[in-house]
Design a protein around this ligand. Structure first.
Ligand code: SF4
Length: 347
């Protein structure tokens, strides 16, 4: 079954709009400028951001771009995390994936559905986004925008101030809530107009365009695809580990995560369940997470991988390994894992 999110209640066409709006804020320049363009018309804006595993925001960090921009624009900021349920959108997007594992159209529909529910909760009547017509191949084509608005139950209620003059009229414009003449007509991938406006109004601290979504990163996408194929009940540790170390898929049901640095050793110990974490006791070497239950033969493979990524690489010696719970084991090393085997199994 498709994971396509359902829209909430249909938009109340008969009820006139008010001067309160919810604006999606990403931390990039475009959504901040969209807020500026609408706020300067006297609209009461609440900025809404969706942190997720795939575009993480340190919620405590006052220097995070969304926080910096919300402060500069003087708008309240609300964070609604996209939780594990968002994985279903990634696994099974009705409108497919982009170049990597990014389900952009379904992701936007999901965001708009959530934003609409939030709008209703706070009594706002329309939505503002920083989307620019034709800027992104998947979700910012005009037909895709129309589809996203319709599927989310937000038809006519999504104002895109940066491109408003090249897009069909929306209800905030036709009802005289915002003045279309004071909105912009940007289309395409250029950034000149936005950067000039940012300079004029002194906006700083925004993140790079399209940066930050791990779902568009080829390496991350490969690991996530492997995880979603291999495991149904994915947990937060599985997701956090995707950004750390070397990932080696031994077989379905058995994966190794091998740290590359001291810092990663520490991160792995924080994130992974203690009973899955192994490290060599008698020489410096990588911390390894063993996800799955290895056979005796596979245990020697784990030992060979520890040897491969350690300064020590003598063959034929047993190594002592301790797991994160303090149990010690001796694993024999028949062969140090060979580069061609690793190349065939690394994610
Ligand atoms: S780039 Fe990532 S966050 Fe943005 S719409 Fe696509 S999937 Fe969603």
């Amino acid at each position: 079954m498709s994971s396509q999110p359902m829209s909430s209640s249909p938009c109340p066409e008969a009820v006139p709009l008010n001067r309160r709006a919810v604006a999606l804020i990403s931390g990039g320049l475009d959504s901040a400028l969209a807020i500026y363009l609408v706020k300067r018309q006297g609209i009461d804006i609440t900025a809404l951001h969706f942190p997720s595993f795939f575009a993480p925001l340190d919620l405590e960090d006052e220097g995070a771009p969304v926080r910096v921009l919300a402060r500069q624009l003087d708008v309240p900021l609300v964070l609604i995390p996209k939780g594990m349920e968002f994985l279903e959108v990634i696994r099974n997007p009705r409108y497919g994936h982009g170049k990597n594992i990014n389900p952009c159209i379904d992701c936007r529909i999901d965001s708009f559905v959530r934003a609409k529910a939030f709008m209703e909760e706070i009594g706002a009547s329309f939505l503002v986004t920083g989307e620019v017509s034709g800027q992104r191949p998947m979700s910012q084509r005009r037909d895709a925008m129309r589809l996203i608005d319709k599927r989310s139950g937000c038809e006519g209620l999504v104002l895109r101030p940066l491109s408003a003059k090249v897009l069909p009229l929306t209800r905030p414009e036709t009802e005289g809530i915002v003045d279309r003449d004071r909105l912009l007509d940007i289309a395409g991938r250029g950034r000149k107009v936005q950067l000039k406006l940012a300079q004029e109004i002194g906006l700083t601290g925004f993140s790079a365009p399209a940066g930050g979504c791990l779902l568009t990163d080829p390496g991350f996408a490969r690991r996530l695809r492997d995880l979603l194929t291999d495991k149904q009940d994915v947990n937060t540790a599985d997701l956090e580990l995707l950004s750390i170390g070397r990932h080696i898929r031994v077989r379905p049901g058995l994966k190794l995560v091998v740290s590359r640095t001291e810092i990663e050793n520490g991160r792995i110990e924080e994130i992974a369940p203690a009973e899955t974490v192994f490290f060599p006791m008698d020489f410096p070497g990588p911390t390894v997470v063993v996800l799955g239950v290895p056979t005796a033969e596979e245990e020697t493979l784990v030992a060979g991988i520890v040897r491969r990524y350690s300064k020590e690489s003598r063959r034929g010696e047993a190594i002592r390994i301790r797991d994160g719970q303090g149990s010690t084991r001796v694993l024999s090393v028949n062969n140090v894992a060979q580069d061609d085997w690793i190349a065939a199994h690394i994610l």
